[in-house]
Design a protein around this ligand. Structure first.
Ligand code: ADP
Length: 633
């Protein structure tokens, strides 16, 4: 029963995301119409790659036709352009799944972000990758006729849509395997119904594709006049780009190839193309995109690496060859050592995979180091896009920890800006005489970091502090313990000791004050009881009366917040209250004989310190009551 229903012609609605995509695309990409051809030829080439792969284990799929290629025909009279391939083709289910929905999760959210600003949208749409649907930029109706490899002629399918809300699908008979995409051109798409224009676009975008792309053209006679006979003319080189000599490949060709493998519209930032012989025999072509893909932070983000074995495409999303913190890298690896029948399972714990992974990781890190050295501006733009992901590096990749740390950029007290531009190497270079630690502060935001009272003595002593305000930073610092032989030291931890920057007289004076202040410290601790772990005197503050810090090995504020945000129950933070004996307010408090009034002072000190540290306090009412009663007095 269901069989007969599925044979019939039916009309189906597009998933709403497809409708949005179609609408946005037609409106934001009309100035860049020709890219539809790149996208469709790219799909045809992918379909051929997939067939070749499947045929490795089942050569019958070729059914006598193993000459894979893309063929274009145009018909001015009927106003159509047809792009045909003899690749893997699609079954009825495939067609419904691929040409009626967008399978990527998070798509709806992505579309929400799009504005009505066309220039911006066209860039975003580019990151999203428009693929097949780009046909509607030039066509007001599209017919797809396709027959999956291995199916009979009468099991072919026809899909038709005018790109509005719905499409029809029906079973048809098709002589040959593969897919014909027939575009019924819009008025302003007619320019593509000309041989010279097609040649131009194909050479621009599809030269590097590994299979021939040909156009059906009129034969010319000896004088160069068109005859009625036709012939296929191959337009592209049809040699996979990465198999060519580096010196023969132009920048433009690399950039076009990037767009083919990545489905990105923007040019890549940099790339690295290497042919390696010896213990491992492989070619890699790795690109760094200029923009982060929209779904980089999604859990199911797909890696952009393709795996080839001896020039044969094996799989997309070969994530085994790159650590997760470099998941933004696009490109391919073509190995001569792996077996052609390699599967994801085999790749899992395979020696070749491991050594390629470590070589490719090094290659990417070196490429980034080079970019950082040669073009700082470009590098900062890279860091803006991908810094957050790179910060996952030290936890994931112990072996390259130092290299990854060297690539990081942060805000710091030396630069009055939230931009993350300071390298650790630069920091170390600027360290003060006698300084042996890299001081840092983590906070919720740049403003909170920059205005933290913990910075007061550093500012006074002219010591630079790295300011970290990304969510991931506190977690990162669990893994990043030293750089260039220098330990990292959080300035909100109690182990902080700046005595090496103070002279003897100063230290002597501090000792005296601390002694005099002992009773105040004890009274404060008695009043607070278990609410704090400890109370002590501090000399690191100037204009702030008190701060809270945590012990070196205890959980800090940002980590606690991170756990809370992740919905985990965080043990409460054990704070140490440090008071500044030189502050007017603290001196007033010290003079207070009445224990109740003294308690109010303590509430105010602790409340303020907590507010500065956490941006919130547990019991605002007691704090306000304490302030009010002090104000009234
Ligand atoms: P993408 O190529 O990024 O996956 P597209 O919208 O271009 O997105 O295509 C969606 C899917 O439709 C492809 O992944 C592929 O499975 C299928 N498809 C498109 N064109 C062809 C074709 N010429 N032959 C076989 N399958 C195709």
């Amino acid at each position: 029963m269901s069989d007969t229903v599925s044979q019939a012609k039916e009309t189906r609605g597009f998933q709403s995301e497809v409708k949005q995509l179609l609408h946005l695309m037609i409106h934001s990409l009309y100035s860049n119409k020709e890219i539809f051809l790149r996208e469709l030829i790219s799909n045809a080439s992918d379909a051929s790659d997939k067939l070749r792969f499947k045929a490795l284990s089942n050569p019958e799929l070729y059914a006598g036709d193993a000459d894979l290629g893309v063929k274009l025909t145009f018909d001015e009279a009927n106003n159509t352009l047809t792009i045909s391939d003899n690749g893997i083709g699609m079954s009825r289910e495939d067609v419904i799944e691929h040409l009626g929905t967008i399978a990527k999760s998070g798509t709806a959210d992505f579309f929400q972000k799009l504005s009505s600003e066309e220039s911006k949208d066209s860039q975003l749409i580019g990151q999203f990758g428009v693929g097949f649907y780009s046909a509607f930029i030039v066509a007001d109706a599209v017919t797809v006729r396709t027959r999956a490899a291995g199916l009979d002629a009468d099991q072919a399918v026809q899909w038709h849509s005018s790109g509005e809300g719905e499409y029809t699908i029906e079973n048809i008979s098709k002589e040959t395997r593969g897919t014909d995409i027939v575009l019924h051109m819009r008025e302003d798409g007619k320019e593509f119904l000309a041989e010279w224009r097609l040649r131009e676009v194909i050479s621009k975008y599809s030269d590097h594709i590994g299979i021939p792309v040909s156009i059906l053209t009129k034969k010319r006679d000896e004088e160069g006049n068109e005859t009625d006979e036709t012939e296929w003319q191959q337009i592209n080189k049809a040699q996979a780009l990465w198999t060519r000599n580096k010196s023969d490949i132009s920048e433009e060709e690399y950039q076009e190839f990037y767009k083919h493998v990545s489905h990105d519209f923007a040019d890549p930032l940099v790339w690295s193309h290497n042919r390696v012989e010896g213990k491992n025999d492989y070619t890699s072509l790795l690109y760094i995109p200029s923009k982060a893909p929209w779904d980089m932070m999604n859990r199911d983000h797909k890696s952009g690496l393709k795996l080839y074995v001896q020039r044969v495409f094996i799989m997309d999303d070969a994530e085994q060859f790159m650590p997760s913190y470099l998941r933004f890298v696009k490109g391919l690896i073509d190995s001569n050592d792996l077996p052609l029948n390699v599967s994801r399972e085999i790749l899992q714990d395979n020696k070749v995979t491991q050594s390629l992974r470590s070589a490719c990781t090094k290659r990417v890190l070196t490429m980034l180091e080079r970019m950082a050295k040669n073009d700082e501006e470009k590098y900062i733009s890279f860091w803006k896009e991908f810094g957050l992901v790179m910060k996952e590096g030290p936890a994931e990749d112990m072996a390259n920890k130092e290299k990854v740390a060297g690539l990081m950029r942060f805000a710091s007290t030396e630069v009055d800006s939230a931009d993350q531009t300071v390298s650790l190497a630069k920091y170390v270079e600027r360290m003060k005489e006698g300084q042996d630690k890299i001081y840092y502060l983590t906070a919720d935001s740049y403003a909170a970091a920059k205005n933290s009272p913990h910075l007061e003595q550093f500012r006074a002593k002219g010591i630079e502090v790295v300011l970290m305000y990304d969510r991931i930073d506190e977690w990162l610092m669990n893994y990043l313990t030293e750089f260039d032989g220098k330990q990292f030291q959080s300035i909100t931890k109690s182990g902080l000791d700046l005595s090496q920057f103070e002279d003897e007289a100063e230290k002597e004076k501090q000792k005296e004050t601390e002694e005099e202040f002992k009773s105040v410290v004890e009274r404060t601790k008695t009043y607070l009881g278990d609410r704090v772990k400890e109370v002590r005197t501090t000399f690191k503050l100037a204009t702030t009366p008190a701060v809270v810090v945590t012990d070196d090995f205890e959980m800090g504020t940002q980590m606690a917040k991170l756990l809370e945000a992740a919905g985990q129950e965080a043990p409460s933070v054990n704070y140490i209250l440090e008071i500044n004996p030189e502050h007017d307010m603290v001196q007033r408090m010290a003079d207070e004989a009445d224990e109740e009034a003294f308690g109010r002072w303590v509430e105010v000190l602790l409340g303020q310190a907590m507010l500065a540290e956490r941006g919130s306090m547990e019991d605002p009412t007691s704090f306000v009551t304490a302030i009010n009663s002090l104000l009234v007095k």
